[in-house]
Design a protein. Structure first.
Length: 41
């Protein structure tokens, strides 16, 4: 699998992470509800 993100972009202001940084924490996966209108996980 190819590496996600880049390591040669500028830092985000007030953050230790870069724009499109592969080391930045990824959001958790949200699965949809069983039926239309049900809340997600």
């Amino acid at each position: 699998m190819a590496k996600l993100g880049y390591d040669d972009t500028p830092f985000l202001p007030g953050s230790k992470y870069r724009v499109h940084d592969s080391n930045r924490p990824q959001p958790r996966v949200v699965t949809p509800g069983e039926r239309l209108g049900d809340p997600p996980s």
